[in-house]
Design a protein. Sequence first.
Length: 613
Amino acid sequence: MCGIVGYIGNEKASPILIKGLLKLEYRGYDSAGIATLEGENISCFKNKGRVKELQNMKEVSTLNGTIGIAHTRWATHGKPSSTNAHPHLDNSNSFAVVHNGIIENYSELRTFLGNAGYTFLSETDTEVIPNLIHYYYTKEDAEEKNKLANAVRKAVSDLKGSYAISVISKLEPNKMIVARKDSPLVIGIKENEKYIASDIPAILEYTNNIYILNDGDIAEITRNSITFYDKDFNVIDKKCEVITWDAKAADKNGYEDYMLKEIFEQPVAIRETIGTRLNIGDKCNFDDINISKEYLSEISRIYIVACGTAMHAGLAVKPIMERLISIPVEVDIASEFRYRDPLIDERTLIICISQSGETADTIAALKSAKEQGAKTIAISNVIGSSITREADYTIYTHAGPEIAVASTKAYTSQITILSLLAIYFAEVLDVDEKNMINNLKDEIRELPSKVSIVLENTEPIKEFAKRIYKEKDVFFIGRGSDYAASMEASLKLKEISYIHSDAYQSGELKHGPIALIEEDVTVIGIITDRRLLEKSVSNLAEVITRGAKTLLITNQNINEAEFPNIIRIPQVHPLLSPVLSIIPLQLLAYYVSKEKGLDVDKPRNLAKSVTVE
């Protein structure tokens, strides 16, 4: 979850840029850099580490330019290093670029530019962008009018994936070009000064007059003007928004609570987690682990070990792994794992999941498994955390910082990365499931946009929350992957609303729990698998006949006359459905808690990082 800051005005740029980066540190990063126009040249300095270290570099203190860009990077392509840090320059040092997002076709663009004589210093996807801009800028047919903006427009039209970019050039030293697609970017304005940032808090100290760019927008910025273009390079008008947030609200990007902010960040978190692991036409990319076909062929079982929400992510992915690679997968609660003497040897693979990377029970389980000869993989959201130092291999989600205690975007990011890992294992083993694998890949690419669609439909969830917030008991039911999502939904409601809730497999209702169903009890069902539709509908009918009021989360063709409270989500492969079906239920837990007047971000008795066993 990288951060962008830019400035063009009459003041010295570097202190403004550094201060903006410090405001964005909450996003998480591993390196930082700055570039300013100094006379007729671009001066660029960057380093692995914290913004303070960049600020303390002697060279940075000598910068006097009044136009510049800066960046905090969280590594996706290439390890954290000064070379891989942003900004990136083209071969002629004429253009400097900072970039948030993922360029999915960067390999093809590198090949194209390499054939045109360009070379590359870094391992990043971003470095293709300044060189593409140089390529188009120097073409003979490049228009003289708006030449830099037009070169940027042509360059970004070649990009597949997501981007927010800011560009400066010594060839046109009095302007800055910005563009965005699927990654946020805003422009703040004052007289003779313009500020650019990926998040409003970075520039709110200087101005509250903000332009918010939409997908496909390009802006040409000078000290005194901004010209906006759409993706077809037509000049467009944009409305300037006046931001009225206080400092605390600014940290939340205008959302009332961190949890709500993080729920709405899930499209970006999932997109960033996918990264370039899913380049079009290629096999799934996990170069950061060294798992061979020979090793996987000898594996007798896989354990997914985690606590709470992370454990529920494991349960959601167990069916995908078993379906694709035909290896038994057990999902274990980390706090119990060591004490039940699990069957572990050198033919066992242990996957441990911890958002913070500091969960004591999970780390202890990982250490115990290693002592018994198992190979270990850590899934974490925090670079350099304890679990990443203990595991044989580490795979990072890129959800960005999760401040609210109740996990939301970490859960969907964990399911996403584990699903990609399952596909990677299948491709390493060369299993005969090519059609299914390609289908799952296509579906995973569509997850961010489908999550966005779900987030557009919040009003029915708010209304249902008003009906049930005084409840003492709520039941969640589902079958297959829907049951996995039901468990997480139940946990979310318990965590932040303090309402007792339980999740059951729909078919198990008749084996005991149905005794608890009486008039006006709330039962929430999830149905996303066509194969289980009829049986799941029958299970819901059983509770309705006993007086329950129901809410149904579904993407199936179900009669609203029978089930009046339906939240519809987009169609998705049933094995990936927990990523979508959980979103309305995260929101439901949030709105119920708000109705009760509770502290959503800091529920009682809970901590974000559980560092005790």
